[in-house]
Design a protein around this ligand. Sequence first.
Ligand code: G4P
Length: 538
Amino acid sequence: MADIRAEVARRRTFAIISHPDAGKTTLTEKLLLYGGAIQLAGSVTARKNQSSSASDWMELERKRGISVSSTVLQFDYENYRINLLDTPGHKDFSEDTYRVLTAVDAAVMVIDAGKGIESQTRKLFEVCRLRGIPILTFMNKLDRPTRDLLELMDDIESTLQIHAYPINWPMGTGERFKGVYDRMSKEAHLFERTARGAYRAPVQVAGIGDPAVKDAIDADSYHHFVEQLDLLAHAGPTFDRADAAKGGTTPVFFGSAVNNFGVELLLKALLEHAPAPTPRTTKSGAVIAPTDEKFSAFVFKIQGNMDPKHRDRVSFVRVVSGRFSRDLPVVHTRTGKTYRLANAHKIFGREREIVEEAYAGDVVGLVGYSDFGIGDTLAQDPGAAFDEIPTFSPECFAQMYNPNPSKYKPFAKGLEQMIREGVVRSLRLKEMGDSKSTLLAAVGPLQFEVAQFRMQSEYGVESKLEPTSWTLARWIGPKTPAGAVEAVGLPVKCARAQDEDGREMILFPTEWSLQYLAERHPEIELLRLPPKSSAAKA
Ligand code: G4P
């Protein structure tokens, strides 16, 4: 049997965060190419374009051309086992996107060097920051005209409030992009354009003074590059490894994913800067080490209806400690029931492979098990319950109602199941009285569609949605003096609500109204994530 310490030490589990079109899919594909998981690049993009069946689990996905279900890719590189968790973005941005980030130990932030930090990257970054995980930055599309490079560094620092330390620096950009210079090893990696980056790019490595480097770059670019290196050396801080490990500094790498350039450097850096699976703390404060002999894991995602014929339901768990083996008896800590985990799979689209063994950092898809909910713990020790999945502040709100009174029961049952699974959340408006509709809240609009689709296909009920004008929500924090919210009078079109756990919230129609309240009434503590205790005063 494999040694648990060695298995944990060689695991790296991370996700890629980016704004649509920055190059996440391309980079994923190229990482797989370098990891030897695919021979020829192209397959992931093909999936995205639906020419393969891997992402059409749901009819909804096929209709809309999106990947509702995030995929976990596992591959080996230099004796490391890498788990790359997909963060659904684009149209399918949802609470799942955030939840995936609770299951990783590091993140790669892909930025289009022609654009800089964009909105979705910022949102995802915030979640990574809350967890204090290391974030590596990949500045992509250097083969195209970019923004000023030093300005891009400033953009990261000022927009995200994090130190940016370029580990390498490009030699020229756009048409003149000729490679990157590694500031740590003091070597230049020369870039050769290949046909759409279908194969590993040939890389020539040389010292900065090497004639090969000078020959490769035009005099202007060389001069500019040396000047910038000088500036970085004098003005920039030195690389603070400990700060990077806490997520306070992001090491920055330049490249061009579509051309395979800079990808291998990033992959190697990932092994160095991303940690092996880290310990997690249970609700009662016990620290569980990944090398602990006893198995524990938490559910971070549930995918319902993956195979409509079987009413298939997969709970994705992140292993926290111990060794997972087939038929392992574990306790579902919320209900106290014991389950034998016979149906554990590695899942990639429709392809499934039975998992015989897994360790901390790995993700396993458990098929069936309708009792499991998001955030639940499965462990050999019934006392080891984790609290890893926070609620994220919703940005989409809609009233849902049942147009067919005769279907009252299945409608209520279906909706309750969607809420229990975390597909959507339900809020109670303070002023609502006994309205027949339920206020649903979500991080992305797709969550509503998924709920409607599943209620129809699994419970046979129709549902109607009525949009509302709120776009933001904040929890009222415990520092808020009693009666403060009543005393101030909220900006127009704001409303007060309670979440499923009775925690007080304010709903806002615009960012402006939120800022207005925050600036005028700093005594009201407005939180992006719900306060730990439900005793928030209002
Ligand atoms: P996403 O998953 O973050 O949304 O981005 P994706 O990888 O799909 O990339 C978005 C577009 O950017 C794609 O072009 C892709 O080829 C291109 N791209 C990715 N990396 C680079 C790069 O290093 N340089 C350049 N010049 N382009 C890059 P597309 O036109 O949407 O698709 P395709 O027809 O090129 O595949």
